[in-house]
Each structure stands twice: as structure tokens, then as C-alpha cells.
Design a protein around this ligand. Structure first.
Ligand code: SIN
Length: 330
């Protein structure tokens, strides 16, 4: 609800993406560049000033394909610090949509706080006909200021939906309804200025990794499996010094003969291997042969989520059994 409450104190963190981009023509929906700072983006949202005291911070201003570990850690630490500030009621982060799900899942695994954290992006640049950024941003601010959004974990507000970071994935390359959330991931929506939370995450976060002490994250590669796959990419990952490999496997995480041989070779070098799936929906279930092969099932995590969890698990020194449990419980 938006009426009759003390003004919220929100911090709006800008990181770039299409929501911060403009193109030469209104009909141009691709080939644009990040041009707008976070203050200008907020100023372009009519009515935002009525939503509370909103402080803008530009953390960086890049396409999300340029997000590095250092940038994700910097953003996560800034959010963590802001949430601990009693003068802040909630945080909104503008983000490119291409890797938004990776940052969102990283925050899901590392940040625990009842205050709302809402990630938001846009599929069309600010200069476009029917740009979706201003309404998405307005909605994200509504969600962040609403007490109903507390204790819901990291949220994503896109295209009138309120989605749980644990469950989101980009499911379309260009449409404004690009983000989908598996099963319980759609927590609610925003309709004509009203925030509705229809369900809360039932699972407590079991795989929480502390940000404190994290200096960097080990390299984990995702290798895409397919018919007639070769072993050479596994050798390349070994030679590049990967600490982990996630295979975007087939079906229920089954692996081609080359992927099985590649993982066996990687295991001999002490590299942790995880079987995920290139199929967008469904779990990758554990198999009796996993223990023999030293490969772990990703369970409900897609390849990029499994990679994020594996990096955190390796950085915090979890052994194989603990990583197995963390994947199962995430
Ligand atoms: C990006 O991810 O930075 C570009 C694409 C987008 O934001 O939609």
C-alpha cells in the first residue's frame, strides 16, 4: 500500500545496464550505450519524489556483461553496510538484465537482513518508445518502501512482478516480460501503485556465506555439454587453473562420454565438478554414480547459480560433503 505512512528512507544504487542506456532513435531497441547516471534516471520517474527520501549512489555504471567478481563484491558490501544503517529502510539496485540473475543469487547467498533489497532493470533503453525502465524503477521503489516486503529475501521487480532472487532467470532475449521465476518464485506483483505480496519464501536460506573475509572468489568454469562433445575444454579449464567446473549437462544432468572423462580428469587435479542442466526447468537429481565419479548434482540450481554457490563454497573452504549439502539445500 502507498498511502498514509511515514516517508521511507531509501537508497538507490546505480550500476548501469539498459535501464541506464539511451539510443539515437526512439524506435532503436538494440545497440545502445550506458549514458545515464542514477540521479538522472530517478529524475525521469514522475512521482518518485513522493515515495520517500531517496538518496542516490552511483556504484559504477556499466553493462552487466562487464560485472566482475570485484564489482559484485563491492556492490554486495555496500548493500550490507546500508542495511545495517538504522537510517535506511530499504535499498533498490538498478542493474543490467543480462547478468542480473547472477548478482541477485550472489546477494541471496550472502546477505541476510529483514529490510527489502530490490533489484530492477529494463529491457528497453530510456530513449525507446514504451521504455519500461521508469515504471519498473517506480515499482521497485514502491516495493522497497513497503513493510510487506520485509523478510522476503532479495527481490527483483520487473514488469509488474515481484520475484524471488533464488528463483529467477532471464527467459527471453528482448521482451519486457523477459524474467521468469520457477514455481514459488513469483511472490507477488505491483498493480496501479499497490504492492501485493501473495506468498513468502517458505525455505529458510540454508547456504548462507559470510561476506566478511571474502577477498575474491576462485575461478569456476561452466562447460556446455552436447552431442559429440570434446574433452579439450576440460583440459583448458584445468590448465587455466579452475577450482571448479559446472557442466551444463543434458536432460536430468546426464553427461556425454567426453564430459564424464573430462570431469574425471579434472577431479584428478582436485577440481570440484558439478552436474547442472542446460534444460531451463526442473531439478538435477543425485545419482548412485555421483559418489564414484566425484561429481555433485546441482539439484534446483541452474548452471550459473551452481557456479555462484560453488565459488562461495570453495572460497569459504567447504569440503565436498558440505558442498553437496549446500547444493541440495540452496
Ligand atoms: C545489460 O545487461 O547491461 C544489458 C542488457 C539489459 O540491461 O537489458
Amino acid at each position: 500500500m502507498t498511502m498514509g505512512r511515514a516517508p521511507a528512507r531509501l537508497v538507490l544504487l546505480g550500476t548501469g545496464g539498459t535501464i541506464a542506456s539511451t539510443a539515437g532513435r526512439a524506435s532503436q531497441l538494440t545497440d545502445y550505450a550506458v549514458t545515464e547516471g542514477i540521479e538522472a534516471m530517478l529524475a525521469a520517474v514522475p512521482g518518485a519524489e513522493a515515495l520517500g527520501a531517496i538518496r542516490c549512489e552511483q556504484v559504477f555504471n556499466v553493462d552487466s556483461r562487464r560485472f566482475s567478481t570485484a564489482r559484485v563484491l563491492r556492490l554486495a558490501r555496500r548493500i550490507d553496510t546500508l542495511l545495517r544503517d538504522p537510517a535506511v529502510d530499504g535499498v533498490v539496485v538498478t542493474h543490467g538484465t543480462d547478468t542480473l540473475e547472477e548478482t541477485a543469487f550472489f546477494l541471496h547467498l550472502t546477505i541476510r537482513h529483514p529490510k527489502p533489497v530490490v533489484l530492477v532493470g529494463a529491457m528497453r533503453p530510456g530513449s525507446a518508445l514504451s521504455a519500461d525502465g521508469p515504471l519498473n524503477l517506480y515499482n521497485a521503489l514502491l516495493v522497497a518502501r513497503d513493510p510487506l516486503s520485509r523478510d522476503c529475501g532479495i527481490l527483483v521487480a520487473m514488469n509488474d512482478s515481484i520475484l524471488a532472487a533464488r528463483h529467477i532467470a532471464k527467459g527471453h532475449t528482448t521482451r519486457v516480460d523477459a524474467f521468469r521465476a520457477e514455481g514459488p518464485g513469483t511472490l507477488g506483483g505491483i498493480s496501479d501503485g499497490t504492492v501485493r505480496i501473495l506468498q513468502r519464501p517458505a525455505l529458510p536460506a540454508t547456504a548462507a556465506f559470510p561476506l566478511k573475509g571474502l577477498r575474491g572468489l576462485p575461478a569456476v568454469d561452466i562447460l556446455y555439454d552436447h552431442q559429440d562433445a570434446g574433452e579439450h575444454l576440460y583440459q583448458a579449464a584445468i590448465e587455466a587453473g579452475a577450482a571448479g567446473i559446472v557442466v551444463a549437462g543434458l536432460g536430468n544432468g546426464s553427461l556425454s562420454p567426453a564430459a564424464i572423462r573430462g570431469c574425471a580428469r579434472a577431479r584428478r587435479h582436485g577440481i570440484q565438478c558439478v552436474r547442472a542442466s542446460r534444460v531451463p526447468h526442473g531439478e538435477v537429481t543425485a545419482k548412485a554414480t555421483d559418489a564414484r565419479d566425484g561429481i555433485l548434482a546441482s539439484h534446483g540450481l541452474n548452471p550459473q547459480q551452481a557456479r555462484t554457490l560453488l565459488r562461495l563454497a570453495l572460497a569459504t573452504g567447504l569440503d565436498t560433503d558440505a558442498i553437496r549439502m549446500a547444493l541440495k539445500d540452496a
